[in-house]
Each structure stands twice: as C-alpha cells, then as structure tokens.
Design a protein around this ligand. Structure first.
Ligand code: PHE
Length: 459
C-alpha cells in the first residue's frame, strides 16, 4: 500500500524547520571567515546581491518543484521532465553533494560540541585572548578528538532523522530557532560597545572592490546558495511536505531575509572582536571558535553565556545537518524502497566514514601529501568543491529545469497556489529564466578561465 506522504504539522513549524536548515554553519561559521578572507564589504555586497537575484528565486523554484511533484529530488526531476531520463541525474548530483557536505558539516559541528563541553569547564579562565585563540589550533591538530565529536554529532543527527519529520525536526526547530535569535541579538548588542566596532562596520559594510578577486565572485555566489541550503534538493524535499495552501514565495522571502540577517549579525558580532584584540580577519575556518570565546571571557557569567551560546550553535548546525541527512534518506527510501531505518543507518554510517579524513586533516595523520597535491587539505577540498562548484552548477540546472523543461503555466499555477504575493510572479520568472542562468553561467566561465571579466575593468 502506498504510504501517505507526511506533511508539516503547522505553518510555523515548517518555517522554523526550513529556517533551521538555512541557519547553521553557513551564517555563523562560514560567512564571517569567508568575508574575512575575501576582504570584507565588496564581498558582502555581492553576497547580498546574489541572494536577491539568484538565491531566493532558486529557493522558491525548489519549493515549487517539491510541492508540485510531492516527491524528493531524484523522482521529482524525473517525474516533471516529461519522459526525459537525464534529469534524475540532477537529483543524484544533489544527493552526492549533500552527502559530501554532511560529512564535513558534522566535523565542524563536532567542534561546536567540543566547545560546549569546554565552556562548562570554564576553559577561558586566566587565559589571554591569544591563548584562547590558540586552543582552536590545538583542537584542529588533534584528529582523535575531532573524530570523537564528529561521531557523537553524527549519531545525534541520525537519531533525529530516524524519528521522522514531525516529531523530530519540526518539534525541536520551533523551540530552539527563536532561542538562537535572541542570544545572537544580545551578543551583537554587546559587540557594538567594543572599541573595534566602528572598524568592523567599515570592514563589513564599506565595499572596497579592489580587494575582491575574481574567484571571490564565485565564492560569494556559493556562499549565498550555501546559507540558503539551495542547490541540493533539500528545499525541494521540504517543499514536498508542503500543502497547497502554503505560501511559497512568501516563505522564500522570509527565509532569505532571515538567513541574510543572521549572517550579517554574526559578522557584526565577530569582527568587532577581531579588530579590538588585533586578530586577523583572514584567519580561516577557525575564526568563530577563536573569537567568540574571547568575547565571552570578558562578560559576566562566562560559563553560562558561553555554554548557552554553544548549545544553541550546536542546535543550529543540527537542524541543518538533519536536513542534509533527511534528503539523502528521503531519496533512498523513494528510489530503492528501503525502510527508513535502513536508509538512515547506511547514509549516516557512510557520511561518518567520509568525514574521517576531514576530521584528520589538521593532524596530518591521513593523506599526508594531500595538500601538496591539491593545494589545500582534505577539508578545504571538500568544502570548496561542494560550495563553489557543485552547488552553483546544480542551482544553474535547477533554474534551467524550471524555466525550460517544466511548462510555464504549470509552474505559474503552482506558484499561485496559496500565495498572497501573486504580483511577484513575473519578477520571479524573469529572474529564474534569464537573470539567474546567465549570471551563474558567466561566473562559472570566469572561474574556469574561459573568459576574463577583470580585463574589462583594467586598461
Ligand atoms: N544552510 C546551511 C547553513 O547555513 C548549510 C546547509 C547547506 C544546510 C546545504 C543544508 C544544505 O549552515
């Protein structure tokens, strides 16, 4: 007997779960350090611009494909492609990308678990900012500890996905997402009082285009897709749990704005610390872990504050990791007719195994020559390849699919169901049909060296 597809219990629950997928390491961890590495303001502006013209329209497209097909990525692309057998490959690309991301996502999330426990032990007591910063270096080099936390985090993710969408994802998202917002805003307000705040604002908001490199443009696009969780079929799968009365464009705009705000707040909270204590903005993946504990150590109630923050941080990453695993599982169940238990266990185990080289990349115990061959450690490689290549390519194919493969009036009908923002339909369609594909295509050509746009600007 065909099982009835599970749907979201309440609209708020759905928004919270989708926001939970969007808000995670992307906004809180990746955005600040990538902004630091790419010189600040100009990068941030591009990120905002891409979110508006590409990220949100693709987000809406994914929800729409999901709801229209009531399937997960592989079968959704297959069913809506009018008999072509190729489009399901896009579903598979989504799946593989999610799988790789989940593997390293769990390692970084494991570090947040590690910092939660360290916070309970008041690890910053009697340490200088410099010493606090170095703790991350030690952690990064300790492969065994990273693998340990990676294992714990993956087990937690598997546990929630196992329970199914309503009881697991929706329930917890409703409670913890608002809690995270509250503490984030509180910390941001405190950061505004630091002496480095004006320098931080200037760094983040003042665009200096001379600091932007060509590859920074693709990174900004990847960043925008990554924070919104698009280009992976995740939003598509979440859309498949939506009802016809749910408002797709509105959801897209809300989630887009929320994730942009969280990214900006998190950068505005972290860079004042960077500038106040003379840290380097381009510190890389450790930035958040190196700076925030310094801030906490200066505040009253360090243990409580730091622990609460990292618990919420763990939660933010957990809801994202859940979404990554959920789509892998949803597809495996649909395509191979596996049971939920089997799909969750196999996918969780494989992602754990793939995460091991990432967890060990700082210690150099595995793949010793990886860096010499690939130019970055294993972690950098999987991190860059997925966000900078696979996600933009998949976003490109998604907009091509929605604007040229699906029938226009069919998509428009789906867009219109349940929405109060009917008027935005033409803008959306224009963006997905012309602006997004052309923009992504140009950026990819530029990045692969086929064209060189920077020549246009230099004489
Ligand atoms: N959007 C999530 C974040 O910002 C990351 C993520 C990417 C989650 C892709 C799911 C899919 O952390």
């Amino acid at each position: 007997m065909k099982q009835q597809r599970e749907h979201w219990g309440t609209r708020l629950g759905f928004i919270m779960a989708t926001a939970g997928s969007a808000i995670g390491l992307g906004s809180l961890w990746r955005f600040p350090y990538v902004t630091g590495q790419n010189g600040g303001g100009a990068f941030v502006m591009l990120y905002l611009f891409f979110t508006l013209i590409i990220g949100i329209p693709v987000f809406i497209s994914e929800l729409l494909i999901g709801r229209a097909s009531q399937k997960s990525a592989v079968l959704a692309y297959n069913d809506l492609s009018h008999g072509s057998t190729h489009w399901k490959l896009l579903g598979w690309l989504n799946l593989i990308t999610s799988f790789i991301i989940l593997s390293y996502y769990s390692v970084v999330s494991g570090w947040t678990l590690n910092y939660t426990v360290m916070s309970l032990n008041n690890f910053t007591a009697n340490k200088t900012p410099e010493q606090i910063r170095n703790i991350f270096e030690i952690l990064f080099k300790s492969g065994d500890i990273s693998v340990f936390w990676h294992f714990i985090f993956m087990t937690m993710t598997v546990g929630v996905v196992f329970c199914g969408i309503r009881k697991g994802i929706e329930y917890w998202s409703k409670i913890l997402t608002p809690a995270l917002f509250t503490i984030l805003i509180g910390l941001f307000i405190y950061s505004t009082t630091l002496p480095g705040f004006p320098a931080a604002v200037k760094f983040i908001l003042y665009p200096d285009f001379s600091k932007l490199t060509a590859s920074g443009v693709l990174t900004a696009l990847g960043m925008s897709l990554f924070t919104l969780s698009v280009g992976l079929g995740i939003i598509l799968t979440y859309g498949s749990y939506m009802k016809n009365s749910d408002d797709i464009p509105k959801t897209g705009l809300i989630i887009g704005s929320v994730s942009v705000l969280v990214s900006l707040f998190s950068a505005l909270m972290i860079f004042p610390i960077v500038f106040t204590f003379g840290f380097k903005p381009e510190a890389g993946p450790g930035l958040v872990f190196q700076t925030l504990p310094v801030l906490f150590s200066k505040l009253p109630g360090t243990i409580l504050l730091s622990t609460t923050f990292f618990i919420l941080f763990v939660f933010a990453t957990l809801t994202s990791a859940i979404s990554l695993l959920e789509i892998i599982v949803a597809n495996l169940i649909e395509v191979f007719e596996w049971t939920r238990t089997k799909a969750v266990l196999i996918a969780g185990l494989l992602a754990f195994l793939l995460g091991i080289p990432t967890a060990l990349s700082g210690s150099g115990t595995l793949f010793k020559n990886w860096k010499a061959i690939f130019g970055g450690d294993f972690f950098d490689t999987v991190n860059n390849i997925t966000a900078t290549w696979f996600m933009p390519i998949s976003a490109f194919l998604t907009v091509i699919f929605i604007s040229f493969i699906m029938k226009k009036n069919f998509s428009e009908q789906e867009f219109s169901k349940g929405t109060t923002l009917q008027k935005t339909m033409h803008i959306w369609f224009f963006l997905v049909r012309y602006v997004a594909p052309i923009a992504i295509f140009i950026i990819i050509l530029q990045e692969t060296g086929v064209i060189n746009l920077s020549k246009l600007f230099t004489k």
